[in-house]
Design a binder for this molecule. Structure first.
Ligand SMILES: *Cc1c(COP(=O)(O)O)cnc(C)c1O
Length: 217
């Protein structure tokens, strides 16, 4: 199936209030344009410099989401244009995003990434760290960032019950700590292999790559 057909199949199967991030990491500009021509406007990348190159050449009405782990020294390359940073996992990183956003007179939307998987290789905050960042006195010092919600990645496994438990835990943190705050309305969870489960467990934004663009090299 073509990129357009994959995209249309996924879009018709998503409930209307779920945002779709087309994960285009490693994919060419021609492949991204095929999805663009089929109406897709939100794309997710996991390397800042790769995203910046694509931003420079592709249409300016694309919303670029940074979904990967963010190195502080590279924030400056995306501060001018990034529309949502999914992977914020420390206060130091949040401070850097705030500083670079201010240089461009912007407010950058961010999600706090929570560690929900069994794998220790995955990044993210635990509940205590999350609470520390979400304190009013901490956030009021960061006028150029806006916390829009939480993001998490479940364990890479065939065990659907484990994945469900992890998504349910993330949703419970979202409800307890984030939901109801000003501007917070995004729970980013679910990828090609688990997005249907994630939606059942309360996701509002799914990040789908290989089911749209085919396998990555
Ligand atoms: C690559 C990636 C995805 C998309 O993965 P697929 O399995 O190809 O859909 C989603 N989220 C993050 C954080 C990723 O790095």
């Amino acid at each position: 199936m073509s990129i357009r057909e994959n995209l249309e199949k996924i879009k018709t199967s998503l409930p209307p209030n779920i945002a779709l991030v087309a994960v285009s990491k490693t994919k060419s500009e021609a492949e991204i344009m095929e999805a663009y021509q089929a109406g897709q406007r939100i794309f997710g990348e996991n390397k800042i410099q790769e995203m910046a190159l694509k931003w420079e050449t592709l249409p300016k009405d694309i919303h670029w989401h940074m979904i990967g782990h963010v190195q502080r020294n590279k924030v400056k390359y995306m501060a001018e244009f990034v529309s949502l940073v999914h992977g914020v996992d420390s206060l130091r990183l949040l401070r850097e995003i705030d500083k670079r956003a201010a240089q461009h007179r912007r407010v950058i939307d961010c999600l706090l990434q929570v560690h929900i998987a069994r794998e220790s290789t995955k990044f993210g905050l635990d509940e205590t760290e999350l609470k520390e960042i979400l304190r009013e006195d901490v956030l009021s010092d960061l006028p150029n960032i806006r916390i829009r919600g939480l993001m998490g990645m479940a364990t890479f496994t065939d065990n659907a019950e484990l994945v469900r438990t992890e998504f349910r835990y993330l949703k419970s943190l979202y409800e307890k700590l984030v939901c109801g705050r000003k501007d917070a309305d995004i729970l980013s969870m679910g990828m090609s292999g688990d997005f249907r489960l994630a939606i059942e467990e309360g996701s509002t934004m799914v990040r789908i790559g290989s089911s749209i663009f085919g396998p990555r090299n």
